[in-house]
Ligand binder design. Structure first.
Ligand SMILES: Cc1ncc(COP(=O)(O)O)c(C=O)c1O
Length: 401
């Protein structure tokens, strides 16, 4: 059935939004095959967004690790520093064709909010971003960026004051304003058509990998939050059964609920945020607390398409913990001069560990979904705690004067 991946996906929303989602799905299905839409998207991807992003042979890392050849797909060189803009640009183009004037989105860590505010500025949309009050405190630099880009950032002050309350606030706004407002969802999650539409905007990652490598890799490794960079990197290879596909989840700091954000094997099937998939939930079906050093992986649910691919065994899921991810940031920085995002560092750690166990003729592609600039504060806390602390205190004194 359209909008389902096996039993997962679908559209579980209030009646009032069914019509809006029908209109969005219809418009997208019509637009995606027109040459005009393809040309507009291609122009944005190449001229504005710096695609194709490079695929490089990581010679130093390969030598250092010993074993299989490691290639890096550097999605960190997208405009705004991560793959997220791939689906934001696509959705903004659909919204323009639908005649919308306003964009809304929720954000947790602020990355999706920054990408949304960026495309809103580029397309001339009014933009409102909902963000939990606690997340606003934790991710202040991204709030500053969103406001600089012209977005209105609305603090969500009820519930846990984090991402899930921001999602509810965004849906409430959409219910009231859908006549002129498009909701940009930030991963391959949510009600149909979002999971398949965002997947279509991300498959360019895998298509480029295949073309740039000129042959099939043996492994593709990607981190998994909601699942957009992973399905984008994997999709081209789904029917090439010699290619092993590995999704890496956030192992956080422990195996108990509240200390990680790995859906497998702990999550249960459920319906939340408008779609059916695996969600981390307690025995009463309430959302379980999650945690990860990588804010983009800190999510209870997973793309319905990846849920189906997990059941079928086509995609294998592994966990990497916070400390391992931090070690991979340093490893990639020192060996290749590339500072990966903390999310991507989960994939780097697992890819390097895998390479060590494999013979030299095997090829592993690691999707480096983003660059580490956004993680400055988290990285500084870990790698240069004392000097950065002193710098912040000196800055604060400057404000007091
Ligand atoms: C750099 C980066 N990689 C990965 C992710 C995880 O998202 P997804 O699983 O949708 O690719 C995020 C989310 O914010 C991100 O910023």
């Amino acid at each position: 059935m359209k909008g389902y991946f096996g039993e997962y996906g679908g559209r579980y929303v209030p009646e009032m939004l069914q019509g809006e989602l029908d209109a969005l799905a219809k418009a997208y299905d019509q637009l995606k095959s027109t040459q005009k839409f393809k040309d507009e998207l291609h122009k944005l991807q190449t001229e504005y967004n710096n695609r194709p992003t490079p695929l490089i042979f990581a010679e130093n890392l390969t030598k250092r690790v010993g074993g299989a050849q490691i290639y890096l797909k550097n999605e960190g060189l997208n405009h705004t520093g991560a793959h997220k803009i791939n689906h934001c640009l696509g959705q903004a183009l659909v919204a323009k064709h639908l005649g919308k004037k306003r964009i809304i989105a929720e954000t947790g860590a602020g990355q999706h909010g920054v990408a949304t505010a960026t495309v809103a500025a580029k397309f001339g949309f009014e933009c409102t971003i909902y963000m939990g009050e606690i997340d606003m405190q934790r991710q202040r630099p991204n709030v500053i960026m969103m406001e600089l880009l012209g977005a209105k950032v609305v603090p969500v002050k009820h519930g846990s004051r984090t991402l899930k309350d921001a999602v509810s606030a965004t849906i409430r706004d959409w219910l009231q304003n859908s006549h002129d407002t498009h909701y940009i969802i930030g991963s391959c999650v949510g009600p149909d058509p979002y999971p398949r539409m965002n997947r279509d905007f991300q498959v360019i990652i895998g298509e480029e990998i295949h073309k740039q490598l000129g042959s099939l890799p043996d492994y593709v490794v990607a981190c998994v939050g909601g699942g957009s960079n992973a399905i984008g990197a994997f999709y081209t290879f789904l029917d090439k059964l010699s290619v092993q596909l590995i999704g890496v989840e956030a192992g956080g700091t422990g195996k108990e609920f509240g200390y990680h954000a790995s859906r497998f094997p702990d999550a249960e099937i459920g319906i939340m945020e408008g779609f059916k998939s695996y969600f981390l939930q307690d025995k009463d079906g309430n959302t379980a607390p999650t945690s990860s050093i990588a804010p983009g992986l800190d999510f209870i649910g997973i793309s319905p398409e990846l849920a189906e691919l997990a059941d079928s065994g086509r995609v294998q899921f592994e966990r990497v913990n916070d400390n391992e991810a931090l070690s991979a940031v340093e490893l990639l920085a020192r060996s290749e001069g590339i500072i990966p995002a903390l999310e991507s560092a989960h994939a780097v750690f697992y890819g390097a560990k895998l390479a060590k166990e494999l013979p030299k003729d095997k090829v592993i592609v690691i999707n480096v979904s983003g660059r580490g600039d956004k993680d400055l504060f988290a990285l500084a806390k870990h790698f240069s705690r004392k000097s950065f602390g002193e710098f912040l205190q000196a800055e604060a004194r400057g404000y007091d004067e």
